[in-house]
Design a protein around this ligand. Structure first.
Ligand code: PSU
Ligand code: MN
Length: 298
């Protein structure tokens, strides 16, 4: 499958300049409501550029896997979610617009030779996975590709202890950036310890260099959200949102967008404000790491 790279992104890669890949599901209405999705897409790009790096939004457009997309309106209104497992189908069937998950974006970023990727929260092991088997396809892709993924942990409506266990099994390095505890997406902490801590983007770039030399896969950098929401409000909303999803019989790839939407409604938009702030913040941290990766080892 061919991957098309935007000229500005290709030029940065050719020159050895820092590049940060971005997923696109979070910027579509599957991730965030209008108009917040547009605002945060612009803010993420700006945050990356301010650090001296080039943003590369990934998506499938007219069946072409693209690294560096500037047709924002297509992304913002998209409703077709493309996981890593869907990429080949989206290409063969020439889907008009497919927004990429973390796993699909990592796959495309690796094809393009990009070493740093930013998202909001990764997919993980869902609550009740022992019965439903619902474990995000993001996790094996994090283990597979030698890329630094910057996130705010995993969404707190997931089963976070099991998500950490699965990351351990898959051999993903999990790092707290400025924290000893795993952030829980819009919540400041999960009460779970992170296996490693690093507060230094240069050191994180070095960790990726060593991973590559060993032929090993991904590094997950978890950053506390800058505007966490009230824990009790969130806990109630999550429980209700999960119950609504069960009642409506929502499973598979539709589950995460459904639960995110329900939480946004139940928290009166508080979750959206927290979500947009952390997406932009993660883009900034990712750019700082990309700048270090483009330079010399520390
Ligand atoms: N974080 C958000 N909104 C999102 C997602 C993450 O704030 O929409 C998306 C990401 O693209 C992630 C995907 O890769 O949800 C995981 O979906 P699933 O649980 O179906 O694997
Ligand atoms: Mn799933």
């Amino acid at each position: 499958m061919t991957v098309t790279i935007l000229p500005a992104v290709q030029a940065a890669l050719d020159a050895g300049n820092p590049v940060v890949a971005l997923e696109s599901t979070v910027y579509s209405t599957l991730g965030l409501p209008v108009p917040h999705n547009r605002e945060v897409l612009h803010a993420s790009r700006r945050a990356i550029a301010e650090q001296g790096a080039t943003p590369a939004l990934t998506a499938v457009i007219d069946g072409v896997a693209s690294v560096g997309v500037d047709q924002d309106d297509l992304i913002l209104g998209a409703t077709d979610k493309v996981a890593a497992r869907d990429l080949a189908v989206a290409a063969a069937q020439r889907w008009s617009v497919g927004v990429t998950t973390v796993g699909a974006s990592l796959t495309l970023a690796d094809q393009a030779g990009i070493g740093v990727f930013a998202t909001g929260g990764i997919g993980g092991v869902h609550r009740g996975a022992a019965v439903t088997g619902d474990i995000s396809g993001d996790l094996p892709m994090l283990g597979r590709f030698p890329i630094v993924t910057v996130c705010a942990g995993a969404k707190a409506f997931l089963d976070l202890p099991r998500t950490l266990e699965m990351l351990e099994t898959l051999g993903v390095v999990v790092i707290g950036f400025g924290t000893d505890e795993l952030p829980a997406f819009t919540a400041a902490t999960s009460g779970l310890a992170v296996p490693h801590r690093s507060d230094d983007p240069g050191e994180i770039a070095d960790i990726l260099r060593h991973r590559r030399a060993l032929g090993q896969g991904g590094v997950l950098v978890t950053v506390p959200p800058p505007q966490p929401i009230d824990q009790d409000l969130l806990d109630d909303a999550m429980d209700q949102a999960e119950a609504q999803a069960d009642e409506a019989g929502i499973s598979g790839p539709a589950r995460t967008p459904f639960v995110l939407g329900a939480i946004a409604e139940l928290t009166g938009g508080a979750s959206v404000a927290a979500n947009t702030a952390l997406v932009e913040n993660n883009a900034r941290v990712a750019a700082q790491i990309a700048v270090q990766l483009a330079g010399d080892p520390t």
